[in-house]
Design a binder for this molecule. Structure first.
Ligand code: NAP
Length: 259
């Protein structure tokens, strides 16, 4: 299937590794030119070069913390107008509900709610004027089924979900779709950090912690960033124009709900 997006330009945030990188590579595979972003320049440049060489698309790398106003301004200035926006940033740390104070919540809200909203507000008006655009926000399965130890993530991402639910329906008539893609457990650095947390908390080995979490997923394995990226690229394709304001789980069936 031709996704119909060859030659378009995408900003993919937090994309030197993991799920963001998976989305960037899948879009590059469809001939989309990219603006990549991460804080660490070394891994970012290496990913950018790999994508240029492998897919033959234009790639611009902007090292910046996307969760800060300065970082957003730097990325937006380089990006200019884009057709596709994939929002992403690192997730908040796990903990107990009693652990977090106001500052922790502000930090989580900045990273996982207010940053995507700021980027949407900056880039969607141009998409509407040009009559076509795609936004995919990488959120989490935790917005459908909250995960106890991820209270900061549950709170911030659910706020973004509410914003997208209303906003997506206000821009859809201009050819712009906004959807959320909800990862379950994927084999990235984030999974390593969460497995380490389980291992420490339960006094079991890292391998046992991973096996335990794999067993909780109906497909009995973690997802890959390639699978996640392919789903993102489809949501960004010309074929996905009737998919609006959805929260698509990509979790191997791990979230035990009907809708
Ligand atoms: P990851 O493997 O840790 O990758 C994070 C990527 O984001 C790296 O390229 C990192 O580069 C970049 N990054 C992190 N914070 C950034 C910031 N403030 N500004 C710019 N770039 C930043 O994470 P992942 O597993 O792909 O997860 C992506 C998102 O999905 C996270 O929000 C995570 O909580 C969520 N999620 C993941 C899973 C999972 O199983 N993997 C499940 C549910 C939800 P630098 O460090 O150099 O900035």
């Amino acid at each position: 299937m031709d996704f119909g997006i060859k030659g378009k330009k995408a900003l993919v945030c937090a994309s030197s590794k993991g799920l963001g990188r998976g989305c960037a590579e899948a879009l590059a595979g469809e001939g989309v030119n990219l603006i990549l972003n991460a804080r660490g320049d070394e891994a970012l440049q290496a990913t950018a070069q790999h994508i240029r060489v492998t897919y033959g698309v234009e790639v611009t790398a902007v090292a910046a913390d996307i969760t800060t106003e300065e970082g957003q301004a730097k990325v937006l200035e380089v990006a200019g107008e884009v057709d596709i926006l994939v929002t992403n940033a690192g997730g908040p740390p796990p903990g107990m509900w009693t652990d977090w104070d106001r500052e922790d919540f502000i930090k989580a809200l900045d990273a996982n709610m207010l940053t995507p909203i700021a980027l949407i507000k900056a880039l969607v008006p141009g998409m509407m004027e040009r009559g076509w655009g795609r936004v995919v926000n990488i959120t989490s399965q935790s917005v459908r089924a909250p995960i106890g130890v991820l209270g900061l993530s549950n709170a911030a991402r659910t706020g973004l979900t509410g914003y997208v639910a209303g906003t997506s329906r206000q821009v859809a008539d201009k050819g712009v779709t906004i959807n959320n893609l909800l990862p379950g457990i994927h084999d990235t650095d984030r999974a390593v950090s969460l497995d380490t947390g389980v291992s420490n908390k339960e006094g079991i080995s890292f391998e046992e912690a991973r096996k335990k979490r794999e067993a909780s997923i109906p497909v009995r394995r973690y997802g890959t960033q390639e699978e996640f990226g392919a789903t993102c690229a489809f949501l960004c394709s010309v074929h996905a124009g009737f998919i609006v304001g959805q929260n698509l789980l990509h979790d191997g069936g791990g979230t035990n709900i009907t809708m």
